[in-house]
Structures are given as C-alpha cells and as structure tokens.
Design a binder for this molecule. Structure first.
Ligand code: ACO
Length: 367
C-alpha cells in the first residue's frame, strides 16, 4: 500500500512569523488591524474599558463558556484570592534571585486546584495575590492578605500598598485590565492554545503563555517605554534621542504592531484613562511630545511600513501615573490577560485539534 504523502515534504517556504496564517476560530476577540478596531465578544473595546469592571468584562468574555456559570465574578475571584494566599509562604521561602514574574509562576505551579473552583477562576483570581505578595517580598515587606469582598483592581492595589486606593486609581487599573483582557491570536495566546491543544492542564497553558508574554517584542515592552521616556527627560531632547536610537537600528518601544496598520485602539482607551485621572502630570505631556516625535521619525525611517503607537506606550504612562512600579508592568499584563488565555484554552479544548504544524528540513541528508 502506498503511504499518503507526508505534508511536511510538500511544504513550500515557511511563512515568516506565521504572519497572516489563520490557526484558530474564536468567539472571544477580533482584531481588525486595517481599521484599528478591537472587538471583545461583540463589543468594541471602547464600549467596555472605562465603563465596566474587570470582573464584568471577564463575565462578558466567558459568557458562552462553562466557567461563567457563577452568579458573581467578584465573589468567585475573591474566593480564589483567599485560596491563593495559602500558597504565599512558599513564595516567601523561594530564593531572593527570583523576579516578581518568576515568583508568580512559582505560585501558579503550586496552586492547588480542586472541584470547588473552576481552574480559570482559581488561576485568574490567584495572580493578583501572587503579584502583590511577590512585590512586597522583594522589598522585604510582609505580604498582605486579600479582602475577598473587594473588586480585583481595588484589592490588588490594596495588597500592594497596604492602603485602600483612591477610587480614581482603582478605576484606572480596572480600565487597564479590561483593555488588555484579550487580543486575538497573539504570541502568548497562541502558546496557550498550543499547550491546551495537547489537553495539558490549564495551569500549564497559562505558565507557557506567561513565558511567551515576557519578551520585549510582546508584553515586556512597557517597562522599557518608561525607561525611554525617562532617558529623553525633556521634549527638546526627543528628536535627537529618537534619531540616534533609530540610527543604531534599535526599536522604539511602544510603537509598531504585527496586526495594526493604524493606531492601536487600546492606546487611546488608555490615554482617556489618563485624562480621567485629572491630575497635572508632567510625564503625560512629555509622553505626548515624545509620541509625536517618534511617529514622525518612524514615518521618515520606514516610509513603506505604518508604524504607529501600540498599547504598551500609554500602558507605561497610565500605570506609572497611579504609582505602579515599572517592574510590575509585565506581571500586571499577565494578570489582566489570564482570563483571555483561559478562554482560548477552553475553546481550543472544546473544539480544536492537536496543533502540530510542519517544518521544512534544511539540514544535511544521510549518506
Ligand atoms: N521601532 C523601530 N523600527 C521598527 C519598530 C519600532 N518600534 N517596529 C518595527 N520596526 C521596523 C523593523 O525594524 C523592521 O524594519 P526592517 O524591515 O528594515 O528590518 C520593520 O519595521 C518591520 O518590523 P517587523 O519586526 O518585521 O514587524 P513585526 O510585525 O514582526 O513586529 C513588533 C511587531 C514586534 C511589535 C515590532 O513593531 C516591535 O518590535 N515594536 C517594539 C516593541 C513593542 O512595542 N512591543 C509591544 C508590542 S504590543 C504587544 O505585544 C502587546
């Protein structure tokens, strides 16, 4: 009997970065890169962020998935935070060399999962606790126990500082967490789906997604955005600094996107959040000046490619404005994206097939 041809041997040149390849169907989110539109399960991001809490947005995102059958996501996430706090002694005992992000991954690996709470809720609810505790441990401070009655954003800020945050700060963090909840098949979500497609457990999928998110071309950018703003220091330095950076063939953090060929709509949603903070913040003005210079310089340097502002630019400015340390930007991104990752894993496991693409062999052949 003749064997069916191995598709790997029929493969043409691989598609660099899988750009434009459709690898999943999803009802969770859609990114229209030409028109700068992000839809989360039928709603534009502008109609969610700043208008609903993180918990309400998660309920909205998960509405057709089994996990959403809880009557209150605030209560369910509160319960998950309490359960996660049991793991905190292990984080305190971990080597001091671990970063906040690595300590969060450790907590996640050790998080007991049970029938009592669906894994997506247990995991999504746990990350704020691990984030806040890990930050405090890194600064020699006692971790603070969660208050399960509060919303996630407010309790996260309280667990970080020990003080109930101003409403404006909790609102800004809610806006941020909703803005980054889900975003199509980006690198970390694809990673989560690949791991989920093997029927591995949800925790493994989220650990893998966190790994993918951590790189500077993905969720690792906002800390460097703030470093860039600080390094420029004043509007009159922006042009020279940016020109020199591009001449060195370095990238400007917070600009460019694989999908958007226009402005990332999340940038403006976060910029509106800065306005709602209502404070005179010199860094916001500086950021706007830098953005203007950067866009002009990128247009000149890459006339054939639209390089516009992405979500990370105003993420950095907004989180800084509410007093969040830059070392926590990527950990917070993972915290807000986790329910999105979980939704994709559930979809993949319910409808999908093992993801196993082919490679083109370019090594030596046997004699
Ligand atoms: N600054 C300077 N040049 C850039 C930038 C940038 N921010 N972004 C892209 N380019 C240039 C590249 O150097 C490349 O030029 P070349 O063709 O002469 O080599 C060209 O534009 C195309 O870049 P690619 O890397 O092929 O585009 P891709 O779609 O793969 O990259 C990415 C998207 C990774 C986001 C890129 O724009 C980038 O590195 N931006 C800076 C990092 C950043 O802001 N990351 C956060 C992204 S948002 C998120 O993931 C949540």
């Amino acid at each position: 009997m003749t064997e069916a041809p191995n598709p790997a041997h029929m493969t043409q040149d691989p598609i660099a970065g899988l750009e434009g390849v459709v690898a999943a169907t999803t009802s969770l989110s859609d990114v229209d890169g030409q028109n700068g539109i992000l839809i989360l399960r039928g709603k534009k991001i502008e109609d969610l962020a700043g208008l609903v809490s993180f918990e309400e947005a998660v309920m909205h995102l998960w509405q057709d998935l089994d996990v959403a059958k809880v009557s209150s996501m605030v209560a369910a996430f509160g319960q998950a935070r309490l359960a996660a706090f049991e793991v905190v002694p292990l984080l305190e005992a971990a080597p001091p060399t671990l970063s906040v992000y690595e300590r969060m991954q450790l907590g996640l690996a050790a998080l007991p999962l049970s029938e009592a709470l669906p894994a997506p809720i247990a995991i999504s609810g746990a990350l704020p606790v691990f984030l806040a505790a890990s930050h405090r441990i890194a600064h020699g401070k006692e971790p603070i126990a969660p208050d399960e009655t509060l919303g996630c954003a407010k309790d996260l800020l309280r667990m970080l500082t020990g003080e109930v945050p101003p409403k404006t700060h909790a609102d800004a963090l809610n806006r941020y967490l909703v803005t980054i909840l889900d975003h199509g098949l980006n690198a970390s979500t694809f990673t989560a789906r690949v791991i989920g497609s093997t029927q591995a457990d949800m925790r493994q999928a989220i650990l893998g997604a966190m790994g993918a998110l951590s790189g500077p071309l993905h969720g690792g950018a906002p800390g460097p955005v703030l470093d860039m703003i600080d390094a420029i220091g004043a509007p009159e330095n922006a042009e020279d600094w940016i020109t020199a950076t591009l001449a060195r063939k370095e990238r400007l953090m917070g600009f460019g996107h694989r999908i958007y060929r226009t402005r990332d709509p999340r940038a403006d949603v976060l910029k509106s959040g800065l306005r709602q903070l209502g404070q005179e913040n010199p860094k916001v003005k500086l950021a706007e000046d830098i953005e203007r210079e950067a866009l002009a310089a990128l247009k000149k340097a890459k006339p054939d490619r639209t390089l516009d502002t992405n979500v990370e630019f105003y993420t950095a400015v907004l989180l800084d404005a509410i007093g969040i340390d830059r070392s926590l930007f990527t950990p917070l991104f993972a915290t807000g994206r986790t329910p999105g990752w979980c939704g994709h894993v559930l979809e993949q496991q319910q409808n999908g097939k093992l993801i196993r693409p082919a490679s083109q062999y370019v090594g030596p052949m046997p004699e």
